[in-house]
Design a protein around this ligand. Sequence first.
Ligand SMILES: C[S@@+](CC[C@H](N)C(=O)[O-])C[C@H]1O[C@@H](n2cnc3c(N)ncnc32)[C@H](O)[C@@H]1O
Length: 271
Amino acid sequence: MTRRLSRQEVAKLGLYDFLGYIDAFDSPYIGGLEGTHRLIELLGIQKDENFRVLEIGCASGFMSCMIAKEYGCQVTGIDISEVLISKAQDRSNRMGLTNVRFKVADATQLPFDDTSFDAVFGVALVALMPMKDEVLQEFKRVTKPGGSIGTLDLFAKNDADEETVDSFSTTMKTLLEYDVAVLEIQNWRSIFERSGLDSIVIEEYYNDVLLNTRKRSGAIKATMKMVYHMIINGAVRKRMMKLMRLRKTAIMKDDEGFEHLGYLVFTGRKK
Ligand SMILES: C[S@@+](CC[C@H](N)C(=O)[O-])C[C@H]1O[C@@H](n2cnc3c(N)ncnc32)[C@H](O)[C@@H]1O
């Protein structure tokens, strides 16, 4: 069970730990359920108890548990955040699943032997990694020959002006506290094409990047928890105000929001 943290402990949580703690990752984020199902379809995940799937950056385990339940295959989810992995374990216990396991691990150094999995993927993960080529090679290392690799990630639309793309990147850098840029679709294509994978599919979606992605009740609960921690905790308040300001200036340019971002679904096969 994820334990209740003291005010001081909450103040010290990293961005993802904090978002996990307030249950902000309780349903698919980018691309919604539609994008998630398309990725599963392209990955060729099978209803076979010997089929082994690895999700990298699984957060609180929504997608890993969904695949384990719907497909009955063996699923492993890893994430760098201890809080999120504990939440993922809670979720799988609640759902009574015995075919999914979770582990704290770093995407750049996966604690698995070569050729361990039939399908390996990350959602909204590779975009956060400064060394994208290396991360994809690590995905590939743990994939069996003939197995599939996939990602679902945001990209900056080509009609976005340079200033907008730069402000997305500034937002990312400020939030993550390391240097990483938001890519345009042609940058992503080059990365996937030099990955050395076969049968590459890249699908681009230009609408509804974040629409219908969160169950309304879940979103309300997470927002209430966030407001509660902002009220009782000065350190959280400061950080969240900064995040909201950035979100408003750089991403949510108007009420429509996210008009300059699209999402892509990518898959390829290891030779
Ligand atoms: C934007 S969230 C996406 C979470 C989830 N895949 C989803 O779509 O809702 C990125 C996730 O990647 C995790 N993460 C960030 N850097 C990581 C790393 N180096 N290794 C493993 N996980 C990482 C974060 O903790 C977070 O859970």
